[in-house]
Design a protein around this ligand. Sequence first.
Ligand SMILES: Nc1ncnc2c1ncn2[C@@H]1O[C@H](COP(=O)(O)OP(=O)(O)OP(=O)(O)O)[C@@H](O)[C@H]1O
Ligand SMILES: [Mg+2]
Length: 207
Amino acid sequence: MKILSVVNGKGGVGKTTTSINLAAIYAEKYRVLMVDSDPQGSATWWAEQGEPKFEIAQETDPKLLSKLRSISEYDLAICDTPPALRSDALIAVVKASDYVVLPSLPSPMDLKALIDTVKGTISPQGVSHRVLLTRVDPRRINDAMDAQSSLMAKGIPVFNSMIRGYAAHEKSVLDGVPITQWKGKNAREAESDYQRVVDELQREWGN
Ligand SMILES: Nc1ncnc2c1ncn2[C@@H]1O[C@H](COP(=O)(O)OP(=O)(O)OP(=O)(O)O)[C@@H](O)[C@H]1O
Ligand SMILES: [Mg+2]
């Protein structure tokens, strides 16, 4: 089993939304377990609203999280994490991961905090990782591309794809479905952003 985790010490940057949508897209091809290691339980709450095509387990015990790989019934585990860098659960998940996706808003202040996190917490673990710009204002794509370039100039890997900010992402959560199953304004644009992330992961990571 491969383990992908979704991490950022900051709250409200799209970790849970990213975890749910990546899990839903991968579940079309693989046996996926979504692990909710956030005591807030947002991903678990979301799963209770609908009927996801992947399994979901809430687990915040660092000892058990560090043994995640021993679960053999799944091809891929996707771990949502709490917005707390010093959380023992988060540290256990990062250590167990094959790949870390770091969602961040593209604003300079968000990126400053993220760069410190990558250099202080993620890079030292030697785990493959990539920043994903999220909630990008569709009218300000150029600013987000500048943000991507400045991250790359600092040696921080970043996805070419970015997740635009659409109300569709909030509404689909209310309806308890991933964006792939939601029907409404901008649903297909919002879905294609996450589909492109999976395509990029497949090229870069092979999964
Ligand atoms: N691409 C997007 N476009 C519009 N709204 C979004 C997008 N991504 C996330 N949101 C909304 O932003 C809010 C925060 O998203 P989410 O809960 O995924 O963040 P989080 O990083 O998991 O937060 P926390 O740290 O509190 O767990 C939610 O209301 C969500 O619906
Ligand atoms: Mg969350």
